[in-house]
Design a protein around this ligand. Structure first.
Ligand code: FAD
Length: 290
């Protein structure tokens, strides 16, 4: 089923993002996480894409669909040539994948340039246009940023390219993570004023470890509000940060649900505990269907 249809049902969807495993250890952690979270009734899930682990992404997505009967979306980036991209998209359609998240892809590291594999596929909007223009029946999602992307001079640029993705055929958007809902509300208000009607799903990340947090904020451009940063600094260990992150994310989700968001998309870092605690709290408050 197309994810855009689910987002249009008038009841917020719950989705989890998994990272494709890089080695055997990660495979085992991920297996447990998927099994644990599948029991918490997500409407759909997605699996990240990296050139090195691209095959794992595709295999995992099909396996989740078959084993758990959950709609699973594959991410795809501009890391491949157009021919290779066509082969991957053909494979997805053949295997019954219904949705793709069309992205440019992360650069190799903070401050480093992204190297596209094909001059015709250099940005998220190019990949959206490629999928749409080649007649694939896949539902197409794309990324957007509630805060300034690290490579953008300003939010104006971000907004311009977000609109380009929708004009190219994206039927829903997922935001980069943010810790302050005001950025999300401002983005949605601006999009609606500009006539952009597609669902914009907030992407939420329960705080990871101190080290991972520094990395993801640098890569994503997400800012940490002052009071939250002070509370993080006061924690003695990563478990304290984890608990704080769960509480903060619950507060974010309550406000977002009350504002009528189309869904909540959780960046899980392949860990089940925080999302389970967050969903438990939201369902306990009857903010989400059980
Ligand atoms: P783009 O839209 O191409 O934007 C990248 C930069 O270029 C921005 O600064 C933008 O303003 C600018 N830009 C956009 N279009 C143009 C244009 N036509 N001309 C000039 N400048 C332009 N990364 C992965 O590698 N694998 C994943 O699986 C993955 N999953 C993600 C899932 C979600 C929900 C999100 C939000 C991000 C994900 N990322 C993933 C990270 C993403 O690839 C990076 O955030 C990347 O920097 C931006 O991707 P994009 O598709 O928005 O790129």
């Amino acid at each position: 089923m197309h994810i855009a249809e689910m987002l249009d049902r008038g009841r917020p969807t719950v989705s989890f993002e998994f990272m494709a495993p890089r080695d055997e250890n990660e495979v085992q952690v991920l297996e447990k996480t998927v099994a644990a979270l599948a029991g918490h009734a997500p409407d759909w899930v997605s699996v990240t894409y990296r050139l090195r682990t691209g095959q794992e992404t595709l295999e995992l997505v099909t396996r989740i669909k078959r084993q758990y009967h959950i709609e699973a979306m594959a991410h795809l980036t501009c890391a491949n040539t157009r021919d290779a991209t066509r082969r991957i998209l053909n494979w997805m359609e053949r295997e019954g994948i219904a949705n793709v998240l069309a992205l440019r892809g992360d650069p190799p590291g903070p401050g480093q340039p992204f190297q596209p594999a094909d001059a015709g596929l250099t940005h998220g909007s190019d990949l959206v246009a490629f999928v749409r223009g080649n007649g694939y029946r896949l539902g197409i999602g794309a990324a957007c940023s509630a805060e300034k992307h690290p490579e953008s001079p300003d939010l104006e640029h971000e907004f311009h390219y977000m609109r380009l993705k929708v004009e190219a055929g994206a039927d829903f958007l997922i935001t980069q993570l943010f810790f302050d809902n005001r950025f999300y509300f401002a983005l949605v208000a601006r999009a609606r004023t500009a006539g952009i009607k597609v669902p914009i799903v907030p992407g939420l990340m329960p705080l990871p470890s101190r080290r991972s947090l520094a990395f993801v904020t640098e890569m994503s451009g997400a800012s940490v509000p002052e009071p939250l940063q002070r509370a993080i600094d006061a924690q003695p260990d990563d478990e304290g940060i984890r608990k704080l992150g769960v509480e903060h994310c619950i507060r974010q989700c309550v406000e977002l649900l009350e504002a009528g968001v189309p869904g909540l998309h959780f960046y899980t870092f392949n860990r089940a505990r925080a999302p389970i605690e967050i969903l438990g709290a939201l369902r306990g408050q009857q903010l989400l269907a059980s």
